[in-house]
Design a binder for this molecule. Structure first.
Ligand code: OSB
Ligand code: MG
Length: 369
């Protein structure tokens, strides 16, 4: 493979519903689409799913644009590679900046899979044909609003509910939700809103039979989480703290968590996501696929990676209609009875609709002639 042209498009889509977490509030999503053209004629698409603000992770969509245009795209352009390992080696000296790397790597995986006429899931070694999904629900003003949303998504068939929590929107809310829905698989995500000083609040959550508590402590911590996990019967699940398979190995060996949320973008791409999966599988630790409100391109990649066997917990990959009035790809990725089919076509198995991308484009950039 040799990438001869790289096009970036910054695209902004309004969200169907404002999404509030302990760390940010969003009513639209702006991601970078990456399009690569291979010398052999294959085209591939990727999505850089970074937030616009540095409140979830240190990167922002503009740092991704900077790193892609100045470092990653120039390092990959015009160079021969046969495997994704070889591609990644071309830009390995770029430290961090995982969201930026994931966007370019995804486009190259798509081009590679399309050049072989195979689905991306098959290239990754995936076995599942449909992915069981839950929904992630933001912080609301009233708990009754949350009840309405939970009713709606359970009616639609989603199989588990994740509630965002923050100081002031935690134990009482979870208690009321649990009272109203005694049997629903339920989990919570704090997006790093607590410290070890809050251990009493967090241990109260043990009473509600939660599947897991996601990222209660600092985004860059795996040490305090060891103490917290030892004090909790509910499994801790790390999200923000895990950037690589090495991070996963260290966190698990220390006892910082019992579950890992794998996000393709947070770990720098599909290749590393599979490596995190493998580290967890070898230790019998279940994983699930997290989301960053991806458009259809990133969502298709999430489905492909989730087809790996150890993605045994419901993911945050809801149907695109939970997020967007009209997504950027065909066919749309929708849930039926709470599960989404893994696309079977070549590559990501979805086709970006260029007219829609143009309609929502904020800015474009090209490298290569
Ligand atoms: O922490 O998992 C998170 C969305 C944006 C940033 C961080 C997170 C989330 C979600 C929603 O929880 C996942 C999704 O539905 O895509
Ligand atoms: Mg999370």
């Amino acid at each position: 493979m040799r990438i001869e042209r790289i096009t970036l498009t910054l695209v902004r889509l309004p969200l169907v519903r404002t999404f509030r977490t302990s760390s940010s509030t969003k009513d639209a999503i702006t991601h970078i689409l990456v399009r690569v053209e291979d010398a052999g004629g294959a085209t591939g698409w990727g999505e850089c799913a970074c937030p616009v603000d540095p409140y979830y992770c240190p990167e922002t969509v503009e740092t991704c644009w900077h790193i892609l245009t100045n470092f990653l795209a120039p390092a990959a352009l015009g160079r021969d590679w046969a495997t994704v390992d070889e591609l990644v080696a071309l830009y390995a000296r770029v430290k961090g900046n995982n969201f930026a790397k994931a966007g370019l790597e995804m486009a190259c995986w798509d081009a590679l899979a399309r050049s072989q006429g195979r689905p991306l899931a098959a290239l990754l070694g995936g076995t599942r044909t449909e992915i069981v999904s839950g929904v992630s629900l933001g912080i609301e003003r009233e708990v009754e609003t949350l009840f309405g949303l939970i009713d709606q998504y359970l009616d639609e068939g989603y199989r588990r509910i994740k509630l965002k929590i923050a100081p002031g929107w935690d134990v009482d809310v979870v208690r009321r939700v649990r009272e109203r829905y005694p049997d629903v698989p339920l989990q919570v995500d704090a997006n790093s809103a607590y410290t070890l000083d809050d251990i009493e609040t967090l241990t109260q959550l043990d009473a509600f039979g939660l599947l897991l508590i996601e990222q209660p402590l600092a985004h860059d911590d795996i040490i305090d989480h060891v103490r917290l996990q030892a004090a909790l019967s509910t499994p801790v699940c790390l999200d923000e703290s895990i950037h690589s398979a090495d991070d996963a190995r260290k966190a698990l060996d220390l006892g910082a968590c019992r579950v890992i949320n794998i996000k393709v973008s947070r770990v720098g791409g599909l290749r590393e996501a599979k490596r995190v999966h493998d580290v967890c599988a070898a230790r019998g630790v279940p994983v699930w696929c997290g989301g960053m409100h991806e458009f259809g391109i990133g969502r298709a990649a999430n489905l492909a990676v989730s087809s790996l066997p150890n993605f045994s917990l419901p993911g945050d990959i809801s149907g695109s209609d939970k997020y967007y009035r009209e997504d950027l790809v065909e066919p749309p990725l929708l849930a039926t009875r709470g599960a989404i089919a893994v696309p079977l076509g070549p590559g990501l198995g979805v086709e970006p609709v260029e007219g829609r991308i143009e309609r929502h484009a904020v800015r474009t950039w090209k490298l290569g002639d």
